[in-house]
Design a binder for this molecule. Structure first.
Ligand SMILES: [Zn+2]
Length: 264
């Protein structure tokens, strides 16, 4: 009821900014309606608990006892498309033969692998993510990168939104997130790079890399996801400071990360 009213409100919140709890409630509803097709007794009995966890060891698990059960899913599944949720339901509840089970399992694991890094951005709390850091303003960096290297995104309406991650993370320096059609895609840059020891050209390189994901979409080839196609890589190398940025990453970035770890 409460949610209904909010949905009818004047401001339509883009789904990427919807609070995580709301996403989970939506996903739970979708799972229950899919379940109807495969295991109506669960729905009728109302005795299936659906729990979203942050444990990444087992992305999907079902424990069942005498007609009741608990389905545990990683929070990533709260944002999964219908087809993936259906794979999960079929994997857990439907009678399937060995090859089909293997197929379903592969698709589920692919989805997890593909979206694992979303946790740095979307899962760390409700947005929005501010582009203004202590040292760098990502909005300015993005504008400069577009002006110099990515004319395809010159129109403001074609640009992704950009912001710093809530917290610094260790490995991933940036993440490009594709949203639903009609919504602005999002680039999240690791807050660790908002540091005076990080040269502007390295930050720029990361923004450039993520922006290229906006141009060269991810596709599947021979059962694998291709994120950095040959075209992507060729274009990436046209960044004039590409070699310098990669060198800085190899030689200097680890010391930045290690120092941060020691403080913690
Ligand atoms: Zn990439």
């Amino acid at each position: 009821m409460e949610r209904r009213e909010r949905e009818r409100g004047a401001v339509a919140l883009p789904s990427r900014l919807k609070p995580q709890a709301e996403k989970e409630a939506d996903a739970e509803k979708r799972i229950r309606s899919l379940l109807w097709r495969y295991q109506p007794e669960f729905v009728l009995g109302g005795n299936l608990d659906i729990v979203f966890t942050r444990s990444s060891n087992t992305p999907v698990s079902l424990s069942q006892r005498q007609g009741s059960g608990t389905l545990r899913l990683h929070v990533l599944f709260s944002r999964a498309p219908e087809s993936i949720l259906e794979d999960v339901i079929r994997f857990c509840f439907a009678h399937r033969d060995q090859p089909e089970a293997k197929n379903l399992r592969n698709r589920i694991l692919d989805y997890v692998g593909e979206n694992r890094h979303q946790t740095i951005a979307t899962m760390s709390g409700p947005g929005p993510f501010s582009p203004r850091g202590k040292i760098y303003d990502l909005e300015k960096t993005l504008r400069r990168v577009i002006r110099k290297y990515v004319p395809e995104r010159r129109l403001v309406s074609s640009r992704p939104a950009i912001g710093w991650s809530k917290r610094p993370t260790i490995k991933l320096m940036g993440k490009w997130i594709e949203t639903s059609p009609g919504e602005q895609n999002v680039i999240i840059i690791n807050r660790r790079l908002d540091d005076e020891r990080v040269p502007a050209y390295y930050l720029e390189y990361n923004v450039y890399h993520e922006l290229l994901h906006d141009l060269f979409s991810i596709h599947r080839s021979q059962g694998r996801w291709i994120r950095h196609s040959a075209e992507f890589q060729a274009r990436e190398k046209t960044y004039p400071l590409y070699t310098r940025a990669r060198e800085w990453e190899i030689n200097e970035l680890p010391s930045l990360t290690m120092a941060e770890n020691a403080i913690r």
